[in-house]
Write a protein that binds this ligand. Sequence first.
Ligand SMILES: NC(=O)c1ccc[n+]([C@@H]2O[C@H](COP(=O)([O-])OP(=O)(O)OC[C@H]3O[C@@H](n4cnc5c(N)ncnc54)[C@H](OP(=O)(O)O)[C@@H]3O)[C@@H](O)[C@H]2O)c1
Length: 214
Amino acid sequence: MKIAIVGVGNVGSALAGAFARAGHTILMGVRGATGEQRDLASRIGGRLLSPVEAAGAAEVVLLSLPWRAAEDAVRNLGDLAGKIVIDCMNPLGTVGGGLGLLVGHDTSGAETVAGWLPGARVVKTLNQVGAEIMADAGRLPVRPAMFMAADDAGAKGVVGSLLTDIGFDAMDAGPLRLARILEPYAMVWINQAMLRGKGRDWALAAIHPVGGRA
Ligand SMILES: NC(=O)c1ccc[n+]([C@@H]2O[C@H](COP(=O)([O-])OP(=O)(O)OC[C@H]3O[C@@H](n4cnc5c(N)ncnc54)[C@H](OP(=O)(O)O)[C@@H]3O)[C@@H](O)[C@H]2O)c1
């Protein structure tokens, strides 16, 4: 598939590499390409375009922007009605003196993004582990769990296949409003990785009793 990546930093680069290895075409939506982004593009055979060009030419648009930059950047992508949009972003900021979620409980970052993109088929996922895991989930001995929340069943099916392609165990969390639990769930990984000394190279998986569901 043609996948536009808007926000080619830690997460965007990791996923660009993973999707390219899985055979997808990567359109990198950048403001002014850095040396690292040029190197990545030549390594993976990706195209460097403006964010609006990349989004316009893609079947799937993946948003991996810092939350503080997201509204401006996303509203400027043009009309994405009918396109599948993967929201990897966690609405992070300073809360009570520490890192926390700026929205939650009665809405979510993903629902906010959907409000900026009328008609887009928004799927919340790939926000639940660090970029190092996303870069190559297939190297782990067990597929890590990756939940998805979306209102559009077709979009969820496509994104579930993309998650499988890059080594995740794609799990359906329900409609988009269930991003209200997936964003706080991401904080469980962030807390362990950044505050509890566990580091960044690990993920959670769904396990079953021997002889149970595969
Ligand atoms: N890091 C992780 O492990 C991780 C894991 C899960 C989810 N997330 C979420 O993923 C998102 C990205 O995190 P990150 O760590 O990848 O951030 P990052 O390394 O800072 O990368 C963000 C990228 O967005 C670009 N950007 C900023 N404003 C832009 C605009 N207006 N138009 C186009 N590109 C723009 C930046 O480009 P410039 O160089 O031009 O500023 C940069 O390349 C965040 O919402 C984060 O919560 C991160």
